[in-house]
Design a protein around this ligand. Structure first.
Ligand SMILES: [Zn+2]
Length: 137
C-alpha cells in the first residue's frame, strides 16, 4: 500500500480554510504569492498548506528562501500528521489504519520518539502503524 493522502475531503477543506483565515501567512513561490497555514516550522524550514490542499516546503537552509510543492506521499502525510496533533480536524485526512497493520516497532505505535523530545517517528511518519508490505519513507 502506498501512503498517500489523496484529495482533501470537504470537512478538511473547511478546517484548512478556517486555519488560513485565522492564522494564514503570506508566502511567495517564484512569481506566485499565496496565503497558507504553517503546519510546522523549525530552524531550517517549514511546511505550509494552502486552501487547495497543496503542501509547500519552505527552506531557508541555503540562505535563499525556496518554496517547493510537496508531492502526495509519505512526506506530505507526515506534515499533516504533525499538524493534526494541534488541529484534530486535519486528522480526518490521514490514511485509515488498515486491518492487519502492525504497530510501528520504532516508536511503539506512538508516532513520536519520546527519547527525542517527541520528534515525529520517521519510520511511520507519525501514524504509529505500518502497513504490509512496508514501503520505506
Ligand atoms: Zn513509528
Amino acid at each position: 500500500m502506498k501512503l498517500i493522502l489523496g484529495p482533501m475531503p470537504e470537512a478538511v477543506q473547511a478546517t484548512v480554510r478556517r486555519l488560513i483565515d485565522s492564522a494564514g501567512e503570506q508566502f511567495v513561490e517564484s512569481d506566485r504569492r499565496f496565503v497558507g497555514f504553517v503546519l510546522w516550522g523549525g530552524p531550517v524550514g517549514c511546511d505550509i498548506i494552502d486552501a487547495d490542499g497543496e503542501v509547500w516546503s519552505c527552506s531557508w537552509w541555503n540562505g535563499d528562501d525556496t518554496v517547493e510543492r510537496v508531492p502526495d506521499g509519505p512526506r506530505k502525510v507526515g506534515a499533516i500528521a504533525i499538524a493534526a496533533e494541534r488541529e484534530p480536524g486535519l486528522a480526518l485526512w490521514l490514511p485509515q489504519r488498515p486491518a492487519g497493520a502492525n504497530d510501528c516497532s520504532v516508536c511503539g505505535g506512538l508516532g513520536t520518539l519520546s527519547q527525542m523530545n517527541g520528534v515525529q517517528c520517521p519510520e511511520c511518519v507519525g501514524l504509529g502503524w505500518l502497513s504490509e508490505p512496508h514501503e520505506r519513507v
